[in-house]
Design a protein around this ligand. Sequence first.
Ligand SMILES: Nc1ncnc2c1ncn2[C@@H]1O[C@H](COP(=O)(O)OP(=O)(O)OP(=O)(O)O)[C@@H](O)[C@H]1O
Ligand SMILES: Nc1nc2c(c(=O)[nH]1)N=C(CO)CN2
Length: 201
Amino acid sequence: MSGERRRAVIALGGNMGDRTEILRRGMSDIDELDGTRVVIASSLYETPALTMHGIDETVRPYLNAVVIVTTDRNPHELLSLLQTIEDRHGRRRGERWGSRTLDLDIISMDGIELATETLEIPHPAAWQRAFVLAPWHEIDPDAQIPGRGSVEQLLSVATDRVLLYAESGLGARGREGVSTDRGLPLRCPTEGGDAGTATER
Ligand SMILES: Nc1ncnc2c1ncn2[C@@H]1O[C@H](COP(=O)(O)OP(=O)(O)OP(=O)(O)O)[C@@H](O)[C@H]1O
Ligand SMILES: Nc1nc2c(c(=O)[nH]1)N=C(CO)CN2
């Protein structure tokens, strides 16, 4: 079923397998969803794992990114499509906040506010996670979270660390309207390589 066209913010994260490849493919997969197009994609960021016990430096760090899409799918349809992508990338649903190949969360969708058993928008934890706020701020510095405030302000008080890691590699279209030169050196964009210089915030 298709309906009115909306803008949605989707967060990607994963800490298993070839993280760079999986996040980049995840972005392309989103772009290929029925009725859905990626308008802009953030860089990839490396972030320490947030677990049920807090930040755990002994767990493999995540790569995180955010894309903004336009979609004619309704929120539940979009969630279900995103879950098929997670499954395709070998996602196993187990421990809450446990390691995973690919996690796709709907962070916001235009002005929609909803809370059902299977879907809450805006995402209830996004406002306090730098690993969502930093990539989101990169591609939409004026973004707001209804009821929480500006992404910029929320990011300024978030305490988890975020390292710029690599370009999204989505190509020119994904970078439209965004200055790519933010003065931040990038880390090695391929898995297994030694990390180059990184800028920490
Ligand atoms: N905004 C949302 N985006 C994605 N999933 C959501 C959202 N709101 C609720 N959910 C529900 O959360 C369920 C569990 O998702 P998931 O396993 O990815 O949680 P998690 O990633 O461990 O935790 P978190 O949601 O805090 O990041 C999903 O099956 C989905 O029904
Ligand atoms: N750094 C980081 N930690 C996490 C992440 C994530 O995307 N990045 N996702 C989680 C479950 O949604 C749990 N912990």
